[in-house]
Design a protein around this ligand. Structure first.
Ligand code: BV8
Length: 233
């Protein structure tokens, strides 16, 4: 296998799932144009109006169950299978399209839409149905404490220690389908570059942090990601 690189970290965002029919956040018809993130993606918003938040995530969960992975997801699962050395796919996405494409060395730093957790007993499990305030926790039986297992603004992202470790050791960092607006994810490229990694942006258009990347390719993920991964191998 030709690649000169040993240790790879890939970061994905909503753009990789756009061609699977899942809305992005900041594009012209993105989620944040329909909802105020302070109302639906913060603990304070959930405390103020839990019914609105459940409606928001129930709609996204139903939408996800209709969606399917696209060639960009498949190319990353294929690369992982052929990459014998260090490999970590970090996604900001709460959808399960990477898993459905076959990715396994995967970390959902902002949580998973198909999981719920109970704020009364801490139970965490898969959930493919709508939930609301009346839904009883399957473990403790108490209604009113269930929430989507996602990371809201102001909450600590998941797996930061594993991510920091992988960034400190990587010699190749690839960012796919993200606008670079949300931290700490938007700061990963600078960390990777600081410790000498080669950095690549694959996106529809230049992101907020595009100037930090050493190499850039622009176009739809379903086209540029398979092409780039084929060249890498
Ligand atoms: C935290 C889960 C403490 C829920 C999400 C420093 C400076 C400023 C602010 C902060 C800062 N540090 C922290 C903050 C606050 C905040 C933040 O970043 N605010 C922003 C708004 C300024 N961050 C937090 O609160 C984070 N927590 O900081 O805790 C801490 C700090 C350090 C270390 C430890 C702890 C928690 C943030 C997580 C919030 N939860 N999601 C849900 O999904 O409902 S964020 C959510 O929005 C997504 O997960 C994702 O992260 C983000 C959306 O961004 P993208 O995925 O990039 O999507 P976007 O639509 O913006 O862009 C899509 C891109 O794709 C575009 O560029 C487009 O061109 C491209 N594209 C479109 N179509 C295609 C395509 N590309 C290729 N092909 C296509 N077809």
């Amino acid at each position: 296998m030709a690649s000169p690189y040993q240790s790879l970290v890939i970061l994905t965002g909503a753009g990789i799932s756009a061609e699977s029919g899942l809305g992005t956040f900041r594009d012209k018809d993105g989620l944040w144009t329909q909802y105020d993130l302070r109302d639906v993606a913060t603990p304070e918003g959930f405390a103020r109006n839990p019914a609105l938040v459940h409606e928001f995530y129930n709609a996204r969960r139903r939408n996800l169950l209709e969606a399917a992975p696209n060639p960009a997801h498949a190319a990353l699962a294929d690369l992982e299978r052929q990459w014998p050395r260090d490999f970590l796919l970090v996604t900001q996405n709460v959808d399960d399209l990477h898993e459905r494409a076959g990715s396994t060395r995967l970390l959902h730093m902002h949580g998973e839409l198909l999981k719920i957790r109970c704020e009364n007993c801490g139970d965490r499990r898969e959930c493919r149905q709508d939930i609301d305030l009346a839904t009883a926790c399957p473990a403790c039986g108490t209604p009113g404490y269930l929430r989507p297992h996602v990371v809201w603004f102001g909450e600590m992202p998941l797996g930061m220690a594993q991510i920091e470790q992988a960034l400190a050791a990587c010699d190749l960092f690839i960012s796919i389908g993200t606008s670079g607006n949300v931290y700490p994810a938007a700061g990963f490229v600078a960390e990777a570059r600081r410790q000498g990694a080669h950095t690549v942006e694959l996106n529809l258009e230049p992101s907020e942090g595009h100037s930090v990347f050493a190499e850039k390719r622009y176009g739809p993920a379903s086209e540029i990601v398979p092409a780039f991964m084929r060249a890498l191998l």
